[in-house]
Design a binder for this molecule. Structure first.
Ligand code: HGY
Ligand code: MN
Ligand code: MN
Length: 431
């Protein structure tokens, strides 16, 4: 068998590959639940279309595709016969999006991985590789993130199968409708002793790399996040006849709280706090709002700082409610601890970037990623790409062709640096 080095050295210019990746991001962005903008949610018809498109690209790269019980699309690249330890490397990111999303959040990481594998030109390595297109990272359809990676990492909670989406469809029904067997969710689980590591390439989604004029970044930690849904309940009333001093207006109560969330975020080092959704009941111009349901998203690199910020904001909400003679309650609450990336894995990724003399500063990820869940299963690392304009979770999301080419080269060079016998990380890799 030709040694790994020979196999991997024959490949076209990376700009050409980067072009193909960006063209595919454009094509994939056509798979949308809505006619206006890009929205692709868990197990939707658009996700099915996306699977069909990505399966074709996986096959071209000699990856054998399948969909697991949680709707993850997985392409398998077999090892050569000498695969000593039967272990594999995992690459990938998520295929779902937020509403009115950009084209690169998630999709770029899947397509970069497929492109790097395609440069192996079908030649096997001494370890298998799997490219995973996770089914649900954003948590849009069932208001619960990381469903796909949790199933793979073995941390999925089967009680979630009874969650209903806004059409009253349960997760179990949605899985069945997609042709999957929800009762088989456990089969999606990987065994950690079969995994060498997980590498996720992703846009930074913020302004830091652009400020540092760096094309790539290496993630040290993924911040922790708390996600809550809360309700202010007052009394609906007639906008024309109800005197101001007799109102129990749930919208003004929520509005006061939304501004309190913003000011705590602005006043606390390292904290971001966001009310991104606000449902008003009955949401009618001539009716004083009787009820509002708000989201709360709080993040910080330090878990206790995050948790104390959440407690402060909940206390503020009940103070506001009491003063305004309104009821306040928490409807749902989930939290994800801050997760460090694997030191040796990210040092080897850093060395791959250094070997290309690419400036790839270390940084914390303010965004959540499937790597935060996969870190329960195996060593993980993330490679960030500069986000021109720092815009993400919106159609303005962009990425630079040359940065994509550098990311491909860095991932490829990282692959080269693994032990040619076992695929494991090696002490001082040469580049
Ligand atoms: O919300 C996040 O940080 C990620 O985009 N799911
Ligand atoms: Mn996202
Ligand atoms: Mn993402």
């Amino acid at each position: 068998m030709q040694c790994k080095m020979d196999v991997l050295n024959r490949h076209p210019s990376w700009r050409q590959s980067a072009n193909r990746v960006l063209e595919r991001c454009e094509q994939l962005a056509q798979c949308s639940d809505s006619r206006i903008g890009l929205t692709r949610t868990f197990l939707s018809p658009a996700m099915d279309e996306a699977h069909e498109m990505v399966v074709g690209w996986m096959r071209e790269a000699a990856l054998t595709p399948h969909v697991d019980e949680m709707g993850n699309l997985i392409g398998h690249y077999p090892a050569n016969e000498t695969n000593a330890n039967g272990k594999k490397w995992l690459f990938g990111s998520h295929l779902d999006t937020v509403p009115n999303a950009g084209k690169y959040d998630g999709a770029l990481g899947v397509l970069l991985a497929i492109e790097v594998i395609s440069q192996l030109q079908g030649q096997p390595l001494p370890f298998a590789i799997e490219v995973i297109g996770f089914s649900e990272e954003e948590g849009v359809r069932f208001r619960t993130p990381y469903l796909g990676s949790r199933a793979i990492a073995g941390t999925f909670d089967p009680n979630l199968l009874s969650l209903l989406d806004h059409n009253g469809v349960s997760m179990a029904q949605a899985l069945r409708h997609f042709g999957l067997a929800p009762e088989g969710w456990e089969h999606a689980r990987y065994q950690s002793d079969s995994i060498l590591g997980y590498l996720e390439a992703h846009i930074e989604q913020g302004p830091l790399l652009e400020t540092l004029d760096a094309p790539l970044g290496i993630v040290t930690d993924i911040v922790g996040q708390s996600r809550l849904q809360v309700r202010f309940k007052g009394q609906s009333g007639h906008a024309g006849t109800q005197p101001m001093n007799l109102r129990r207006d749930a919208l003004t109560a929520a509005s006061e709280w939304v501004l309190a969330v913003e000011s705590l975020g602005g006043a606390t080092e390292g904290l971001v706090a966001t009310v991104g959704s606000l449902d008003v009941g009955p949401n009618t111009p001539n009716v004083v709002a009787g009820e509002t349901v708000c989201s709360l998203d709080v993040r910080h690199p330090n878990d206790s700082a995050r948790e104390s910020a959440v407690e402060k904001l909940l206390a503020t909400a009940s103070d506001i409610a009491t003063r305004r003679n309104i009821n306040f309650e928490i409807l749902a609450r989930s939290s994800q601890k801050a997760v460090p990336m694997d030191t040796q894995l990210r040092e080897q990724l850093q060395a791959a970037c250094d070997g290309l003399s690419v400036n790839a500063p270390e940084m914390v990820s303010g965004a959540g990623h499937d790597a935060a869940i996969m870190a329960m299963l195996c060593p993980c690392a993330m490679l960030f790409l500069r986000t021109p304009g720092g815009a993400s979770h919106c159609p303005e999301e962009a990425v630079d062709l040359d940065d994509v080419a550098l990311a491909l080269e860095a991932m490829h060079s990282f692959l080269l640096s693994l032990s040619p016998e076992t695929g494991e990380l090696i002490e001082s890799p040469t580049f």
